[in-house]
Design a protein. Structure first.
Length: 132
């Protein structure tokens, strides 16, 4: 059991690999127990969804788990576009990646919206190490 359980009631997962998305979803449900999870296999679809939610003044996610290496739109493009949209509050983003490229880790550290970089496979306990 993690201290984080009640902190994240609504989580968005953006991961293009279906198996990895399924595993992240299972880990999140088991350990964080959010009330709502929305999953997207494409960052563009996730962005469209979030922009619609923002426009409708719907509740925003408490956390976005974002893969960076995806076709159509990568995680960096997603972040840049989402950052430009005025929102009632910022949405914490944690980068999930199998990348071992130090420049990806450094870029994540420098991005204002990113609260952490977690290597795959995703384990919920890794969130406890981040200041979210």
């Amino acid at each position: 059991m993690y201290i984080l359980m009640s902190k994240f009631n609504y989580i968005v997962i953006v991961e293009d690999d279906e198996i990895t998305s399924f595993l992240i979803d299972a880990e999140v449900k088991k350990n964080l127990k959010p009330e709502l999870i929305r999953k997207f296999l494409n960052a563009e679809l996730a962005l469209e969804y979030l922009l619609s939610e923002i426009e409708q003044k719907a509740p925003l996610p408490d956390l976005i788990l974002l893969d960076i290496n995806m076709p159509v739109m990568d995680g960096w493009e997603f972040l840049d576009l989402l950052s430009k949209v005025p929102k009632e509050r910022e949405i914490p983003v944690v980068i999930l990646s199998s990348s071992i490229d130090p420049s990806d880790v450094e870029k994540a550290k420098e991005h204002k919206k990113v609260k952490g970089f977690v290597s795959k496979p995703f384990k919920a306990e890794k969130l406890a190490e981040l200041s979210i």
